[in-house]
Write a protein that binds this ligand. Structure first.
Ligand SMILES: [Zn+2]
Length: 203
């Protein structure tokens, strides 16, 4: 796979590609893109960026891939501490953290391993934390038609941490509550209590 990609890049003109643009950026920064340590950096950055934004090429159907099962189960299902890494759309710098996802099935459940994949699909795009949180909730709502979905996202933003701004707010928590999680305080509280166990959230 890797070799194939390198061949494609050698044949393709650097001009107009991400790698070509990176070469210009390096020069703008006062660097010498030809020096040994940097000579392959533009291509590496392109490969990395394409991977980190690979979520644009994924869709829900492909990710869920039929892993929906009919069951009679109407208790809360919760997947905690799903690690994610994303890029903020304002600075193209990483923000990363954990997501906690819960839903209450109506007729369908989803294979548990699929939930982190849904998170990845949206995290590997240029994002803001609020939209990422909403999209994960909305996606599960549409795919499962459950009684409700709750998503809590705790993240740290390098654009804040590294630039020295608002260090005290570099950790942000967002949530999206749909259906029963929005309309029933008890449901929401149960979710929050489950998340708070062994987690920073709720400290
Ligand atoms: Zn940012």
């Amino acid at each position: 796979m890797k070799n194939k990609k390198v061949v494609v890049k050698v044949l393709a003109p650097k001009e107009g590609s991400i790698a070509g643009a990176m070469e210009k950026i390096l020069r703008e920064l006062g660097e010498d893109p030809a020096r040994e340590g940097l000579s392959k950096t533009p291509e590496r950055v392109e490969t990395a960026l394409r991977y980190l934004t690979g979520g644009y090429k994924m869709d829900v159907k492909q990710v869920i891939n039929g892993a929906l099962f009919a069951v009679k189960y109407d208790e809360m299902v919760i997947v905690k501490d799903i690690e994610f890494f994303s890029l903020c759309e304002h600075h193209l710098l990483p923000f990363f953290g954990k997501m906690h996802v819960a839903y209450i099935p109506k007729q369908k459940v989803i294979g548990l391993s699929k939930i982190p994949r849904v998170v990845d699909m949206f995290a590997r795009r240029l994002q803001i934390q609020e939209r990422l949180t909403q999209q994960v909730a909305q996606c599960l709502q549409e795919a499962l038609d459950p009684l409700g979905v709750g998503v809590i996202c705790e993240a740290r933003h390098l654009c804040m941490m590294m630039r020295g701004v608002e260090k005290q707010h570099s950790g942000a928590v967002t949530s999206a509550m749909l259906g029963a999680f929005r309309s029933h305080k008890e449901t929401r509280d149960e979710f929050l209590a489950l998340v708070a166990q062994n987690s920073k959230y709720g400290d």
